[in-house]
Write a protein of this length. Structure first.
Length: 622
């Protein structure tokens, strides 16, 4: 007997397993949310995910307390059912369902500024242990599992009848997570370095005790097991989950001179670079942390993150001392001068004996993004620098450079002291993508510096997309018999374009035919589609047919559903067909060089033939 599923959600969920265990029947279990729902992480990481990115969760639920009359909407809060019609021959719901889910479907714990969906609807697109309990903690929402009634494991799941069809993004800076009690103690770990840590000595805190303040650079990453996740001269929470951004300052109390008694008695005073490990005080701690191989840890409370309750040297793993420096990195975007054949690298000019030339522009850093660029450079104090950019050619020579066409003058800010120079910044936005631009930086004369300029070029990023289809789960093969009845087509296209112009020669389609796959089975895929220059919104489309004679659906022709580009499912005497389709916003986080968006797309519910396709969208900008 053919099965017809009633769920109407898109089903953008992620399942990490690669095999479906057990021989039980596949059933659709629909659950209604409730406050305080019993949903928790069961195993971390999931034993079914070799990558370690997923956790196993378990939902404990109640069976229906009253007849549903065929309507899942009649479920009471916290109830689940796979038998809405109350058929006597169906097994009772076991009260528990297991499933795998990404530990972080969105980058909750990241520290940098990025776009996240923080609404209650986020679980419909990015289900994880942060978003899903919140979603199912509301009685308005329902969730659908396709579950094996023998193993109680669900390999496909998603929001049921959600009215929201697209994520709502908010710009977030710092970690996002469950609230942490204000009196909870947390560890702030710091890595030494020649810069980034600034110690200030305050007043007396008692006999041979002083108040100290440490201003620190916030690390891009958490320390990790060896501490090497920290940038030299920076600090970070050991675990950022549920915490706000590090405040950049911590106050602590330490000895004014931890070896005072040795000095007074004529004993031996430890003056080695590691004296702080044995005699921490106002002098040894700053000296200790000039070395990037050394670390210090502070214990603070969440409610008072700038006040240390305790502090000490942190030696960590022996691995932390294996290497002291990381390989030198070089910018991919090297400026090129107007003079042909001559390479120019900012800050690497020849030494000069002229006093005024010593204040010439240097340390130019050009950082392009998808539609913007950021400049940083050093120039003489009060030199009122200007930055011009344009797509036209560079004209003139040293001292007379100009940009032809219609160049744009960028606002310059800064004037921050950086040694004998000042550090300036300039930012441009709204630039054409994948386009080469040229620039002129000019600093004007002062009483100590001459007028001088730097020229070069940069290219804004191109946005390329690769869509990888990695796994196919068959929810229902419509009980067709015979070999080779399943066929699939995979498409990508810029939104809102449909598929009329899609052809394998344009690399927007891939396909395969003649698969004998049964209900409840899962199969690896290796289908890949590429878009060399992608807009911010793309459509991903998978069409499937279940027919003994694939030719009836391979070719376009008269009759509903025969067109391979049709956007609906159906059945007729020749077989059944269905589709899964989603529009991705790949333009989020435009300043990131790369991004991966995992997906699980379920075919349209309410039709006989049903499947789930898993994969990821990889966005690369360079």
């Amino acid at each position: 007997m053919n099965l017809r599923f009633l769920c109407v959600s898109l089903g953008v969920g992620v399942a990490a397993t690669s095999t479906l265990a057990g021989q039980g029947a596949m059933r659709q279990l629909v659950c209604r949310g409730k406050a305080g729902i019993d949903l928790k992480v069961f195993q971390d990481p999931s034993p079914r995910d070799a990558s370690g990115r997923s956790v196993a969760m378990v939902l404990n639920y109640k069976r229906p307390s009253a007849a549903l009359g065929g309507e899942y909407q009649n479920l009471q809060p916290g109830e689940c059912s796979w038998n809405p019609l109350g058929s006597a021959g169906e097994p009772v719901e076991p009260g528990r369902v297991y499933f795998d889910i990404l530990r972080e479907a969105q980058r909750w714990s990241a520290i940098e500024t990025r776009a996240l969906d923080t609404t209650i609807y986020a679980a419909a697109f990015f289900p994880d242990p942060v978003s899903l309990p919140r979603y199912l903690g509301d009685t308005r929402f329902y969730w659908s599992f396709y579950v094996n009634d023998s193993t109680l494991y669900s390999f496909s799941f998603g929001a049921w009848r959600s009215a929201v069809r697209e994520p709502t993004y908010t710009t977030i800076t710092g970690p996002v997570g469950p609230a942490v009690a204000s009196d909870a103690r947390k560890e702030l770990r710091c890595r030494g370095g020649p810069s980034g840590l600034t110690f200030t000595r305050g007043g007396s805190a008692g006999t041979n005790l002083v108040n100290m303040a440490l201003a620190y650079t916030v690390s891009r990453n958490v320390p990790g097991e060896t501490g090497r996740g920290l940038d030299p001269g920076s600090c970070a929470w050991v675990d950022r989950t549920g915490l706000g951004r590090e405040p950049g300052r911590v106050d602590f109390t330490t000895a004014g001179n931890a070896q005072l008694k040795q000095m007074q008695s004529g004993g031996t005073v430890d003056r080695t670079p590691t004296a702080a490990e044995r005699f921490p005080d106002a002098n040894t701690i700053p000296a200790y942390l000039v070395d990037a191989n050394r670390y210090w840890t502070f214990t603070v409370t969440v409610g008072a993150p700038t006040t240390a309750r305790a502090h000490a040297a942190w030696t960590g793993s022996v691995l932390a001392s294996v290497t002291s420096t990381s390989p030198t990195t070089q910018s991919k975007n090297r400026s090129v001068p107007g003079a042909p054949g001559k390479g120019y690298e900012p800050g690497k000019g020849a030494a000069s004996t002229q006093v005024q030339a010593a204040y010439d522009i240097r340390n130019v850093q050009v950082t392009p993004t998808l539609e913007g660029v950021a400049f940083q450079f050093d120039a003489a104090p009060n030199s009122r620098p200007t930055v011009w950019i344009g797509t036209g050619p560079l004209a003139g020579g040293p001292g007379t450079y100009s940009l032809l066409g219609q160049p744009t003058k960028l606002p310059v800010s800064g004037g921050t002291p950086n040694g004998t120079m000042w550090r300036y910044t300039a930012t441009g936005t709204g630039l054409a993508r994948n386009t080469r631009h040229r620039f002129i930086i000019t600093a004007y004369p002062t009483n100590i510096a001459r007028e001088n300029e730097q020229v070069g070029e940069f290219k804004t990023w191109n946005q390329a997309v690769v869509v990888r289809f990695t796994r196919m789960d068959i929810l229902n093969d419509s009980d067709k018999s015979g070999a080779g009845e399943l066929s699939f087509r995979f498409f990508i296209a810029p939104a809102p374009q449909e598929w009329a112009n899609c052809d394998p020669s344009t690399a927007c389609e891939t396909r395969f035919n003649n698969r004998s796959w049964d209900t409840g089975s899962t199969h690896p895929l290796a289908n890949t589609l590429r878009m060399a220059s992608a807009p911010d919104r793309i459509r991903v489309w998978v069409k499937g047919w279940d027919a003994d004679n694939d030719d009836a659906f391979y070719n376009t022709g008269p009759g509903p559903g025969r067109d391979r580009f049709s956007s609906y499912g159906g059945s007729d005497s020749s077989g059944d067909w269905n589709f899964a389709k989603y529009e991705f916003n790949v333009g989020i986080n435009p300043d990131k060089a790369s991004m991966r968006i995992p997906f699980s797309l379920r075919s349209k519910d309410g039709w006989v033939f049903m499947f789930v396709v898993h994969g990821e969208v990889e966005v690369t900008r360079q």
